[in-house]
Design a protein around this ligand. Structure first.
Ligand code: PGA
Length: 248
């Protein structure tokens, strides 16, 4: 059985007290017998405070630097991530690719660093609008996976979670249709099968992200190849986030 996951990506939002309140509120409701794993990717500044709150919600970093230590002013190392107790990370989010110019090679290094240090990764992929309009979305997303993820061997790739986030749906209120989401997720699974095997393809969780909310989560999560969601805007509201979790 593939793991079902609902992960919140708080991005660069909230102040310390707000983050603690939101995390406490969610934590009071999320039980250990939830039908899915629940995760929150908080701004790194709040992580140590949040780890003090008793919770069934896992914590993670939105970003890190793929070196163990050294002269990289302003960065957080992979070993610091591991040491924090919040050993989950996002890699390849479209905002990091676009605004911070994280290219395929750098993302590959990040993936390798997480595996070396036993940190769990959600690897994000997804096409911009012009690629979808040109009918290139499958080719584009497949290349992202080939470039930064498919160099892993079988025992490594099974540790990864993939999030498909069409760039045109992120923060726009425009969600992929059920058909668009299921079709891309199915393709991603078929490429994993092609490269590895069907057992591995069937064991990797593939999350949908891009304006997933309390109103559309149930339908999206009912798709055979959608194993949960990576939630941005709707994760900043406890009720919406809890409703999304309850969609399973
Ligand atoms: P959104 O963001 O839910 O606000 O579209 C999703 C994401 O970027 O992870």
């Amino acid at each position: 059985m593939r793991k079902k996951i609902v992960a919140g990506n708080w991005k660069m939002n909230l102040l310390s007290a707000e983050a603690q309140e939101l995390f406490s509120t969610i934590s009071k409701e999320v039980t250990s017998s939830e039908k899915c794993d629940v995760m929150v990717f908080s701004p790194s500044l709040f992580i140590s405070k949040l780890t003090e709150i008793k919770s069934n919600v896992k914590l993670g970093f939105q970003n890190f630097y793929p070196e163990e230590k050294g002269a990289f002013t302003g960065e957080i190392s992979i070993t610091q991530v591991k040491d924090s107790g919040a050993d989950n990370v996002l890699i390849g989010h479209s905002e990091r690719r676009a605004y911070f110019h994280e290219d395929h090679g750098f993302l590959k290094n990040k993936v390798d660093a997480t595996l070396k240090h036993s940190v769990n990764v959600i690897f994000c992929c997804g096409e911009p609008l012009e690629e979808r309009e040109a009918g290139n979305e499958l080719k584009y997303v497949k290349q992202q996976l080939i470039d930064s993820l498919f160099h892993l061997n079988a025992s490594e790739i099974v540790k990864c979670v993939i999030a498909y986030e069409p760039v045109w749906a992120i923060g726009t209120g425009k969600t992929a249709t059920i058909e668009q989401a299921e079709s891309m997720h199915k393709s991603i699974r078929s490429w994993i099968e092609e490269k590895y095997n069907s057992e591995i393809a069937n064991s990797i969780s593939i999350l949908y992200g891009g304006s997933c909310n309390a109103a559309n989560a149930k339908e999206l999560f009912a798709c055979p190849n959608v194993d949960g969601g990576l939630i941005g805007g709707a994760a900043l509201d406890a009720n919406s986030f809890l409703q999304i979790i309850a969609s399973f």
